[in-house]
Design a protein around this ligand. Structure first.
Ligand SMILES: [Zn+2]
Length: 167
């Protein structure tokens, strides 16, 4: 068992290394100003800043880039996404396609909030059928103008309308 002093020292050391890695990453990209951004989304929200920079590579595009506070999207990914799809075609269906990708790659249930932000949950799911359900949720959401959700019940994927107060 480590003493509280030891643990504190380790944490301090880890934080120092994280800060150095973050600065090195920003420098490597030729954007030292990124190191001045908040380090986490939580901090960015508290500081009312639009972007934050973790100093770690984006898990999706493997590039260093600030992330948008509101959407939690990496700017580098967003840039590529917008280039591939005209902005007016950035629809809820695209978000559900993204959700299917995430469910398949992680094996965890994901949820979409009313703000359309996708969040990972700890619920382990069988991804088989997730993509079809996500596509259906996207279609129904667009047709009705009301956000639908994908739930996993008794081993089956179910699409239903999102209840206003549901989390
Ligand atoms: Zn990215």
């Amino acid at each position: 068992m480590a003493t509280p002093e030891q643990r504190r020292a380790w944490n301090e050391q880890a934080e120092k290394e994280r800060r150095a890695a973050r600065m090195a990453a920003a420098k490597k990209c030729g954007h030292e100003e990124w190191a001045k951004l908040p380090e986490t989304r939580r901090m960015a929200r508290m500081m009312k800043r639009d972007q934050y920079f973790t100093g770690r590579k984006c898990p999706q595009c493997s590039r260093y880039s600030p992330r948008e506070t509101v959407t939690d999207r990496c700017l580098s990914c967003k840039d590529g996404f917008v280039r591939r799809h005209k902005p007016e075609t950035l629809t809820v269906a695209h978000r559900f396609a993204r959700m299917a990708d995430l469910i398949e790659s992680t094996g965890r249930l994901h949820r979409m909030g009313l703000n359309k932000v996708i969040r990972k949950t700890d619920v382990v799911v069988d991804p088989a059928g997730a993509r079809a359900a996500c596509e259906e949720a996207g279609r129904r959401s667009e047709r009705t103008g009301r956000l639908h959700v994908v739930v996993h019940q008794r081993g089956r994927w179910v699409v239903r309308e999102r209840r206003e107060n549901a989390t």
